[in-house]
Design a protein around this ligand. Structure first.
Ligand SMILES: NC(=O)c1ccc[n+]([C@@H]2O[C@H](COP(=O)([O-])OP(=O)(O)OC[C@H]3O[C@@H](n4cnc5c(N)ncnc54)[C@H](OP(=O)(O)O)[C@@H]3O)[C@@H](O)[C@H]2O)c1
Length: 247
């Protein structure tokens, strides 16, 4: 039997790249999507293909318009001729204080976090149906509780939670759709002061950042959990249930 194939969007670096390596080691073939991080994507693909020949294919593209999303989906399906799973991981993340929000911010934040997951699910649905496939959406604990000055991002992730539940119903019984809601795993690439980081960690009962492995393990669980659909698994060290702020 040929290896199962997974498309992971935005997987040239950080959580997407770690997850790609993790699943590759478990035997998956990977469609590694990237937009701007060409060098990191090529290096990662080279390393994984060296470990197992022809097991990783690259697909480049912005996810900001429906036409571009369709191109990414088409190339991803053609890469190995099928998809068994899709991880909607690509995400833009930056503050949009009210008064400063532009149409470009809307296109970028709603485009990557909400529009792309929907249209990728739509374009990949036929191959996923054929293969009893799985969709995993990367959401955020801030889909349920707003992050100050990040209204557009939180709106988009919140819609992605509803999309997860709605598509889980619509695509059953063949395709399962779930989500992972990370808390603080990797600090954003934009600068955060040490004081800001300390403040965030004080809100986490387990008192540490999560590891990328914590996310990859939950993704692996969801890929295999045959009776789980429409669920969001929170991986946040208890932050979302914390009832007090640590001194
Ligand atoms: N990091 C955390 O602690 C954390 C916390 C909560 C939720 N999450 C969620 O977990 C997922 C992974 O997090 P992360 O921090 O590893 O992600 P990230 O580094 O912020 O973004 C992943 C990739 O998304 C791609 N991307 C962004 N906008 C795009 C667009 N318009 N079109 C196409 N690709 C685009 C970028 O690809 P290129 O570099 O190739 O352009 C980027 O490398 C995300 O969905 C994020 O929202 C993460």
């Amino acid at each position: 039997m040929s290896p199962k194939v997974i498309l992971i969007t935005g997987s040239a670096k950080r959580i997407g790249a770690f997850t790609a390596r993790y699943l590759h080691q478990l035997g998956w073939n990977i469609v590694l999507h990237y937009n701007q991080s060409e060098q990191q994507a090529c290096e990662l693909a080279k390393q994984m293909n060296a470990a197992r020949a022809d097991s990783v294919k690259l697909v480049q593209g912005s996810l900001n318009t429906v036409q571009k999303i369709e191109n990414v989906a088409q190339q991803s399906i053609e890469a190995f001729g099928k998809l068994n799973a899709l991880i909607n991981n690509a995400s833009s993340f930056y503050p949009t204080p009210i008064g400063s929000v532009s149409e470009n911010d809307w296109t970028n934040l709603v485009g990557s976090n909400m529009q792309a997951p929907l249209f990728l699910a739509q374009y990949c649905n036929a191959t996923l149906q054929k293969n009893n496939g799985v969709i995993i959406n990367m959401v955020d604990i801030h889909a349920a509780k707003p992050l100050n000055n990040h209204t557009l991002y939180c709106m988009a992730k919140s819609a992605l939670v509803m999309m997860t539940q709605s598509l889980a119903q619509e695509l059953a019984p063949k395709v399962r759709v779930n989500g992972v809601a990370p808390g603080a795993i990797l600090w954003p690439e934009t600068t955060l002061s040490e004081e800001d980081k300390e403040q965030v960690l004080k809100l986490v009962p387990l008192q540490k950042l999560g590891a990328m492995q914590d996310i990859a393990q939950v993704i692996d669980y969801l890929l295999n959990a045959q009776y789980v659909t429409g669920q969001i698994i929170t991986v946040d060290g208890g932050r979302s249930i914390a009832s007090h702020v640590k001194a």
